[in-house]
Design a binder for this molecule. Structure first.
Ligand SMILES: *Cc1c(COP(=O)(O)O)cnc(C)c1O
Length: 491
């Protein structure tokens, strides 16, 4: 299995074929594009049937081995078996079977169709990013040990990604994490989750500033290529291919748990920000999984909803990017979207490159086919099953109340966005699976507003705010940051 960049020309691809392990530790391709397999592996009906009997870890192995063809089967089997265990994904609700890893719950089965919730938030940080990040931690440790190398992950977070990365990398040999967050700007719960880690390879840096200051520091340090190379600095952001492919697994799992035969189709609704999660659904569908619709659900930051309604992709300025009650979807552009656009324009890397150059120069592009637009490929979107919708804060409050009243469970704000939009796209005979991307305890402020009471916390999280915290506070100063990293890596 070889990988190509969405912007690469065939001549440079031939010079530089990439295997899974080559792109595992990296982010963007050198030409600024994103990596994709040269073609998608296909899954047969016989395979799907055989996979109905597998555990989550066994299923993950079967799917990943189609993509990570340069990792020996025995090693990959060991990595997936160690990652997808009931001990790691232990925060299932009391009435959910913990061994399912991503258990399904039927909410409604009526004339409108069947509405199903797939829990992806039972990992250590109570959000779906653990599904991929936990595997990444084990893959990184494995790859670094093979090359006798080390890696220093340097990033900025306002919440979910940073904590998922730290819980995945804690205690891993060869890996350190330097994670910047805005000092005193995260919720008490999120702060406690990150700062209570005592592992010596985890460095929490609270920056005196806002999230943008943290991101600017990461950019400034990463732009010093000599420093970056000497300090072996890498990232784990949402464009990482291994993260995307690890997410493909739960679409298969959801499908197999929701159906009895491969004649049956299902649809998925996915609370979306950077298009990483739903991109994995698209890949599962391209592999032959019988998915009918893939519904992108956004909040008020509706870049993706706008595209799937109109064919116009228009990134937002920071002044147009809202702080919402589903903050992990507050994005100004969808960083994985290029992977789908490449497909939509017929895997034409030159067109893809031109379109994303236009994103940089003109803030977007238009594939609607209107006069003066950049193309008419939007007419092919339906072929890929994509639909979309958006929610407002009021919608999410109403949905959280409705689900609590009718089904006795508390859902988080991102999942509420998904359920609100899913209801607009249900069809009789095709189960609609909504991906639950976080547990409510993480976003308690809005739960209090909606229900007048606190969200329940999984066992072990009751007093997390009282645990001792380990972090340093630093001003937003590039040279101080570099000195801090160098001092702690010893490189
Ligand atoms: C990251 C995140 C999302 C958005 O996922 P994308 O892959 O960026 O589309 C949605 N919900 C939660 C809780 C998240 O942490």
């Amino acid at each position: 299995m070889h990988y190509v960049s969405t912007r690469v020309t065939s001549a440079s691809a031939a010079r530089n074929p990439q295997q899974f392990s080559d792109i595992l530790l990296g982010g963007l391709a050198p030409d600024g594009g994103l990596y994709l397999p040269a073609e998608y592996p296909q899954v047969t009906g016989a395979e799907l049937d055989a996979w109905r009997k597998l555990s989550y870890a066994e299923l993950a192995f079967e799917i990943l081995r189609k993509f990570a063809t340069d990792i020996p089967d025995a090693d990959l089997k060991d990595l997936t078996a160690r990652t997808y265990t009931p001990e790691v994904y232990r925060n299932a609700r009391a009435d959910e079977p913990a061994g399912d890893i991503t258990p399904l719950r039927v909410l409604e089965d009526g004339p409108q169709g069947k509405l199903v919730l797939q829990a992806l938030s039972n990992g250590p940080t109570l959000a779906f990013k653990d599904m991929a990040m936990q595997l990444l931690g084990n893959l990184f440790e494995y790859a670094l040990a093979n090359n006798n190398d080390e890696l220093n992950i340097f990033g900025a977070t306002s919440g979910d990604t940073g904590s998922a990365a730290e819980y995945a990398m804690r205690g891993k040999r060869g890996v350190r994490v330097f994670m910047l967050s805005p000092h005193k700007k995260m919720s008490a719960f999120q702060t406690a989750q990150m700062f209570s880690l005592q592992d010596p390879n985890i460095f929490n840096i609270a920056v005196e500033g806002v999230f943008d200051d943290c991101q600017d520091l990461v950019k400034a340090v990463s732009n010093d290529l000599e420093f970056k190379a000497r300090q072996k600095i890498g990232t784990v952001n949402s464009i990482n291919w291994a993260r995307v492919v690890a997410q493909v697994v739960y679409y298969f799992r959801g499908y197999l748990l929701a159906t009895a035969s491969n004649e049956q189709k299902v649809s998925f609704t996915v609370p979306s920000g950077n298009f990483g999660n739903i991109c994995a659904g698209h890949i599962a569908r391209m592999m032959g999984l019988p998915i009918d619709k893939l519904v992108a659900a956004t909040n008020e930051n509706d870049v993706l909803d706008e595209f799937f309604r109109t064919g116009v992709y228009r990134v937002r300025k920071s002044s147009e990017t809202f702080h919402t009650s589903s903050p992990s979807m507050d994005i100004s552009k969808a960083s994985n979207f290029e992977r789908f656009v490449y497909e939509l324009v017929g895997r034409d890397a030159e067109r893809t490159h031109a379109l994303f150059r236009k994103v940089d120069t003109h803030g977007g592009f238009d594939l609607s086919g209107a006069p003066d637009s950049d193309g008419d490929e939007f007419k092919h979107v339906a072929k890929y099953g994509f639909q979309s919708g958006r929610s407002t804060h009021a919608d999410r409050l109403a949905t959280i109340r409705d689900i609590a009243d009718n089904y006795g469970i508390t859902i988080d704000t991102h999942t509420a966005d998904g359920i609100k939009v899913a209801r607009e796209h249900m069809a009789p005979g095709v189960p609609m699976i909504v991906l639950e991307t976080a547990l409510a305890a993480k976003f308690n402020e809005t739960i209090l507003e909606a229900l007048g009471q606190d969200a329940e916390r999984p066992a072990g999280f009751e007093d997390i705010e009282a645990l001792p915290q380990r972090f340093v506070v630093m001003p937003p100063d590039v040279s101080l940051m570099k000195a801090y990293i160098a001092e702690h890596t010893g490189l």
